[in-house]
Design a binder for this molecule. Structure first.
Ligand code: NAI
Ligand code: AKG
Length: 438
């Protein structure tokens, strides 16, 4: 059994991050977090920690498609399955310009910890295609998705790897994957993806699940801090699936959303933005953006995160809260809707403030939790009501929130280290018990 110091040393010197992934700062960040867990949880053997830095399986594929202008463009796609120890691997598919193998590997690791914290019978996976979906026509996106599905066909399956939406993808993307996969196997196989349209065996409430889960966590934090939603304000970065649903749900509870930003700009109204109107406005905008929303002040997106508020919700990209801006945050609660928004250097700064951090692997776990409900329903061909979905989601989110808080209090850990430790412990224990670190 390695002592924490030894475990850290093994990871840092003898076993540096695997070269294949390590050019990615996001992968380095995920490994750095694992080092912190190794320090906090000295009972996890160093050889298992080392195993956990290396995803079980990674596939890089060329995705050539005919573009609308007639030429063939070849995109690059990735699917990384971090762990299949606890069951099928599970995780979203991301379309974004910056996607690379290391980023997808990091996101797949976080999926493993997330599924562990929520006690779901899944391992972690993530996929991506390096592309700018805002520049693709619907036809191009369909051809891209179908070709990618064919290229990764050999490693996906309802019992091996189940995709879902993530940044830049949606219910329609999942419908194309479902159809392409079903045509290959020769029967309708809805359990191959989650986050499908409800008409095709999708789960009611999956589209809203991540935002709802974020809000359930925020409510627990407000309770602990003796704050009331109707006296609280919020700032949201990212107004896609997670950011917009989180905003809508917060407004229903009386929270005032004072600023929202996205890839194209940011808007502010200190009296509270009209969120239902903003949702409609963004849906009709060519880039689905909030920019130029009438009756709101345009602000520099760089100012967004430092806007004073009770609750700050990053719901866009990873590594947006860094050593440079962490000291400038003026929120009481940081609720991480996005995956990996806060770097370890920023964490060290936040740990010295009174900001209450709800870490990503807990805060945004509502999405994969309702994906689990969808997968179970498809396997059983028995559908639940939205009330059942939401009640079960609430029950599981609150139970995991309390587990994380208890560990944080008992061991004097930050919420992030406690959450990551719970997730890592679950996967580590299963690998250890099975014996060969599968
Ligand atoms: N969709 C889901 O169920 C889940 C998503 N997440 C995470 O939540 C985050 C957002 O995902 P979705 O809402 O699904 O994506 P989305 O594609 O629906 O929306 C992304 C939003 O981020 C904005 N954005 C992109 N680049 C930006 C930049 N440089 N600065 C500011 N804003 C920027 C976009 O304009 C858009 O408003 C990602 O980190 C994703 O991995 C986590 C758990 C589940
Ligand atoms: O719903 C899922 O399976 C995965 C959602 C996801 O990609 C995430 O939690 O980051």
């Amino acid at each position: 059994m390695a002592t924490p110091a030894v475990a850290t040393k093994l990871l840092e010197s003898k076993y540096p991050p695997v070269t294949l992934f390590s050019s990615s700062p996001t992968y380095q960040m995920a490994c750095q977090q694992l080092r912190v867990v190794a320090e906090a949880m000295p009972d996890i053997p160093a050889d298992i920690i080392e195993r956990l830095t290396i995803p079980k399986r990674s596939l890089v594929v060329a995705v050539p498609i005919r573009m609308d202008d007639g030429h063939v463009h070849t995109f690059v796609g990735f699917r990384v399955q971090h762990s299949l120890t606890s069951g099928a691997s599970k995780g979203g598919l991301r379309y974004a310009p910056h996607v690379d193998l290391g980023e997808v590997a990091a996101l797949s690791m976080w999926m493993s910890w997330k599924c562990g914290i929520m006690n779901l019978p899944f391992g972690g996976a993530k996929g991506g295609i390096a592309c700018d979906p805002s520049l693709l026509s619907v036809g191009e996106k369909e051809r891209l998705t179908r070709r990618f599905t064919e290229e990764v066909q050999t490693i996906i399956g309802p019992r091996t790897d189940v995709m879902a939406p993530d940044m830049g993808t949606d219910e329609q993307t999942m419908a194309w994957i479902y159809d392409t996969y079903s045509m290959k196997v020769g029967y309708a196989c809805p359990e191959i993806v989650t986050g499908k349209p409800v008409d095709l065996g999708g789960c009611v409430g999956r589209r809203e699940a991540t935002g709802r889960g974020v809000v359930y966590c925020i409510l627990e934090a407000l309770k602990e801090l003796d704050l009331r939603p109707e006296q609280s304000t919020a700032v949201i970065q990212g107004f896609g699936n997670v950011g917009s649903v989180t905003s809508e749900e917060l407004v229903k509870l009386g929270v005032k959303i004072v600023a929202v930003g996205d890839r194209y700009g940011a808007v502010r109204d200190l009296h509270g933005l009209d969120i239902p109107a903003l949702v409609k406005y963004a849906a009709a905008h060519p880039q689905k953006s909030v920019v130029n929303f009438p009756d709101a002040e345009a602000i520099d997106p760089a100012e967004l995160l430092a806007t004073p508020c009770t609750i700050l919700v990053p719901a866009a990209l990873e590594r947006v809260i860094t050593a440079e801006n962490a000291g400038k945050l003026k929120c009481r609660i940081l609720a991480e809707g996005a995956n990996g928004p806060t770097t370890p250097d920023a964490d060290a700064i936040l740990a010295k403030t009174d900001i209450y951090v709800i870490p990503d692997v807990l805060c945004n776990a509502g999405g994969v939790t309702v994906s689990y409900f969808e997968w179970v329903q498809d396997l059983q061909q028995f559908m639940w009501s939205e009330q059942q979905v939401n009640e079960k989601l609430h029950e599981l989110m609150v139970a995991s929130f309390n587990k994380v808080r208890k560990l944080a209090r008992d061991r004097n850990l930050t919420n992030r280290t406690a959450a990551l430790s719970l997730g890592v412990l679950k996967v580590a224990l299963e690998k250890q018990k099975r014996g060969l670190f599968p």
